[in-house]
Design a protein around this ligand. Sequence first.
Ligand SMILES: Cc1cc2nc3c(=O)[nH]c(=O)nc-3n(C[C@H](O)[C@H](O)[C@H](O)COP(=O)(O)OP(=O)(O)OC[C@H]3O[C@@H](n4cnc5c(N)ncnc54)[C@H](O)[C@@H]3O)c2cc1C
Length: 350
Amino acid sequence: MTGQAADAGKSTASAAEVVIIGAGPVGLFAVFQLGLFDMRCHVVDILDRPGGQCAELYHDKPIYDIPGHPRIVAGDLVARLTQQIAPFAPTYAFGRQAVGLRRRDDGGFGMTLDDGAELSARAVVIAAGAGAFVPRQLSVPGAERFAGRSIHYHAVAPQSVRDSVVVVTGGGDAALGMALDLMPVARKVTLLHRSAGFRAAPALVGQVLAARDAGRLAVVRGEVTGLQGYGDRLSALRVRGEAGEADLACAHLFPCLGRVIEPGTVAGWGVGAKDGAIPASPESFETCQSGVYAIGDAASYPGKLPLILSGFHEAALMTQAVRKRLRPGARPGQSYTSSSTDVQRRLGVG
Ligand SMILES: Cc1cc2nc3c(=O)[nH]c(=O)nc-3n(C[C@H](O)[C@H](O)[C@H](O)COP(=O)(O)OP(=O)(O)OC[C@H]3O[C@@H](n4cnc5c(N)ncnc54)[C@H](O)[C@@H]3O)c2cc1C
């Protein structure tokens, strides 16, 4: 991971002037464009890693229409973008959802995250694609009652599950990784999966099977059909397995069931979002709120193409508009990276 992973806690301060919602390919390239003009960025994404759709939906597929790359695998494109923006030291809040935006009295913005933290920014760039990749919720009656206290859709602080009996459900990378991470702190960890095999990276599968064989991790085949507990505290799961239904002790449940796109995460931010997209000027990519910009799949304007290529172009034009706003005295226009010694010094190549 390039840049610094921001503390996902209640941090309110950020040295960044610009907050970008979305670490998809377009949000990442926006960091580069803004960085060329010395504007630092803080990037928020509900995913635990950069890449947006490229990371979540087609990580291993080749793309054939990125200029200069006859063929590039989506995951490699994301790795190259994060490498390209590293000199500008963006900060990241991964695993965090942006849930509110307010204009402050000083003309800047306060961006509220789902943990209650508020980030300050002088400009906001919405590169939120078609919406936030939120964790798929457990579809078992009463699950909402335990959510947050005993059912967790995100990683939690280790002390909150210390010496507890923990169950992780799912068979992908996230589930296996979560089970392995929780083993050192929990009293007992069970990985519950409805199929016989896993859909995870071979290295993770190897670690899980080794932990099972060493008696450090229980691996059970089955699915959750019911929840038992008091108030918001879970005590056991009802599990349907190969031998029928049985109770499984559980104080903390981590459903890792994949992610779904939650559209409309910016509805109510006063940016005029319509049918999941935000109307933006095709010259500046400013929305109807001055100082708030929309680019990439999140933006709509006549002739919009939902392609990575278009998003890169939008990031470049948005940057000129943000610069005009934040550096009113600066000479307008773009410097060539091939000849500007100032830019090359910032990139660490000059
Ligand atoms: C299967 C598939 C194949 C594709 N192939 C190609 C191709 O060959 N060429 C091409 O050009 N394009 C392709 N695309 C389209 C391309 O992936 C998108 O145009 C591109 O990902 C858009 O980038 P983005 O950064 O705007 O948004 P996204 O990649 O969607 O990233 C947006 C990010 O914002 C996050 N987010 C949203 N709301 C919030 C919030 N409130 N708080 C925190 N985080 C939030 C999301 O979690 C997500 O990670 C393909 C798409 C798919 C699905």
